[in-house]
Design a binder for this molecule. Structure first.
Ligand code: GLY
Length: 593
């Protein structure tokens, strides 16, 4: 039996988010999305219909799920031509940087989990941004040592880390590509030159962020032509981006990290009006993708594997699942399930805030944090009936004796996720970001620069004790991104991931529980209403059946808020048939053949 089912029928009542979130979030509903992508190809139309009707997309040979139909189509074209999942990722990422520029792109970073069908091995690539060599631990403090306001830090050059996405695209292609690199940008170049339809989501976010986008001339000229926000359905061209892609296509990623593009990036960061940064051409020339071992935990007789440090994603998801693996979980309509998930999450977030950071820079109890004996001991704290009155970090086994103070990094949701299975059986799960929506708001040669450095703690110490995730030159800011591949008996059976800042951890953990415990199919998994606890309030997705949990969770002692919860889960279930699910909160689809 592949997985056990506790409450399949009961869970269906929780499977469809309502529209309140979409309205409140200024993101147009799905019908508008379909209109904008008309005339859609038959495959895109069928994928949009499947999503609207809550059905998974099914395929036999290959599949891609991504956050925008143009991006999914670009990846699908490569897969249909015999390309690998790595090739399709390059094509899809190039298009995402054009049509969903607020979320990811060449100016950002990404983490990639890869299952290699030929060797049967899993590996991860770290394309996270790095802090410039000239950055100091006080980067986000004022001259009295107090943390800057979030947007005072974000908007401008100060927050920009050395981008990793172009190098990650090149490294994935070097290792696993089958198609010619130079051809992988054709789809994105054609859209950038021929024009693409501005999506409702992009238009809504431009309107919401117009004041910040207006601060920098190149950004304003693109997103606010003539002083007005671009509108949904408007055809938008980006010739500067097409030119950048042509240079990448002909010269490889080196074209990004040295020469005129690198010069322009450094100049734009260092001359950002009102908030210059310190990123230099030397930082760009030194950038390297790192291969890391996957971080895996056992859950319900599966191995759940993802990205270790500098991401906290797999370790925190792994801690939650590892604690819950010590007992059966009731169905999703039982508040007891949410007590267990909520308190396991609070315990895991306490450890995350204390211990997790870039392990190349700070000693980290990476193994200790997901050690089954440690997690079983932490799970003993879940024995009661009510919400834990207090939650504190545990004491995982440490290779080094070291005390850290608790972190206070602020993470806002933007980001995107791509999941791909190719005809050779390779599986790719990649979460990709420029951090905040529109990143630093600085635009160079048709793409936006990230604000990833604000994922560091703004404070460097607390009561004289250093914070693990403080800024240091060359260091990678702690992430929550959790691209995941689930293995059963050594074979991949599910791949997924999500945007959402530090709520990514809750979205991904809940999706895995829904699939492994509650027996939901992949579309139900990504559609289910969210209930997320990050070590504070219990956040329930407004306008959905999750609101029914409010009173019972309050009775257990939680402080509960109803709010919009924007995920962007993209999942593929891998069996005899491939089944894909795309989050109805975003504009994406799954496409396959
Ligand atoms: N910037 C979002 C994350 O890395 O988690």
């Amino acid at each position: 039996m592949r997985r056990f089912v506790i409450a399949c029928a009961a869970s269906l009542a929780l499977a469809t988010p309502g529209t309140a979130q979409q309205a409140a979030d200024a993101v147009a509903p799905e019908t508008a999305t379909e209109g904008v992508f008309a005339p859609a190809s038959p495959a895109v139309a069928a994928a949009l219909a499947a999503k609207r009707e809550g059905r998974p997309v099914m395929a036999r040979d290959w599949m891609i799920a991504a956050a925008n139909p143009h991006a999914a189509e670009a990846g699908a074209a490569i897969l249909a031509d015999g390309g690998s999942a790595a090739d399709a990722m390059v094509a899809a990422q190039a298009v995402l940087g054009l049509v969903e520029p607020q979320s990811s792109g060449l100016g950002g970073g990404a983490f990639l989990v890869w299952y290699d069908a030929a060797s049967g091995k899993l590996t991860t690539l770290d394309g996270r941004e790095t802090a410039p060599l000239a950055a100091t631990p006080t980067l986000f403090q004022d001259n009295t040592g107090e943390p800057l306001g979030f947007y005072d830090a974000v908007v401008g050059g100060r927050s920009v880390g050395t981008p990793g996405t172009p190098a990650l695209m090149a490294e994935a292609h070097r290792r696993w590509g089958r198609s010619a690199w130079s051809t992988l940008f054709d789809g994105a170049i054609a859209l950038a030159e021929g024009g693409f339809s501005v999506s409702p989501r992009l238009a809504g976010l431009v309107t919401r962020d117009a004041d910040r986008l207006a601060r920098f001339p190149a950004t304003a000229a693109y997103f606010l032509p003539g002083g007005q926000p671009v509108t949904a359905g408007q055809a938008l061209t980006n010739p500067a981006y097409a030119d950048t892609l042509r240079q990448l296509a002909s010269k490889g990623a080196e074209a990004f990290y040295s020469g005129p593009i690198a010069t322009d990036i450094a100049r734009t960061v260092q001359s950002a009006a009102g908030n210059p940064g310190v990123l230099s051409q030397v930082d760009l020339s030194l950038y390297q993708v790192r291969e890391r071992p996957p971080a895996c935990v056992s859950y319900r007789a599966h191995e759940v594997c993802g990205m270790g440090p500098p991401s906290s994603g797999a370790l925190t998801v792994g801690q939650i699942l590892g604690m819950l693996d010590t007992r059966p979980l009731p169905g999703p309509q039982d508040p007891e399930a949410w007590r267990l998930i909520g308190d396991a999450s609070r315990l895991a977030f306490a450890d995350r805030g204390r211990y997790m950071a870039d392990a190349d820079f700070v000693p980290m109890p990476t193994k200790g944090l997901i050690d089954p004996a440690y997690l079983a001991a932490r799970a003993e704290l879940l024995r009661g009936d009510d919400a834990l009155p207090e939650v504190a970090p545990g004491k995982p086994e440490f290779d080094h004796a070291r005390n850290w103070a608790d972190d206070e990094a602020i993470e806002f949701p933007s980001t995107s996720h791509i999941t791909i299975v190719d005809r050779f059986g390779n599986v790719l799960s990649m979460t990709t970001t420029i951090e905040n929506a529109f990143g630093s708001r600085l635009m160079v040669r048709g793409f936006l620069l990230n604000n990833e450095l604000t994922d560091f703690s703004f404070r460097s110490h607390r009561d004289g004790v250093p914070i693990a995730n403080r800024v240091e030159p060359g260091k990678r800011p702690r992430s929550s991104m959790a691209p995941t591949i689930v293995m059963e008996d050594g074979r991949p059976v599910l791949a997924l991931g999500s945007p959402g800042g530090s709520r990514i951890i809750g979205y991904v953990a809940q999706a895995l529980i829904a699939w492994l415990d509650w027996g939901l199919d992949v579309q139900q998994v990504v559609s289910q209403p969210h209930a997320v606890n990050r070590f504070g309030t219990y956040d329930l997705e407004a306008g959905t059946p999750a609101e029914a949990l409010q009173a019972p969770l309050q009775a257990l002692g939680y402080e509960v808020t109803l709010r919009d919860l924007n995920s962007g889960l993209h999942a593929i279930e891998i069996g005899e048939t491939l089944r894909g699910g795309a989050d109805p909160r975003r504009e994406g689809i799954a496409l396959g053949r």
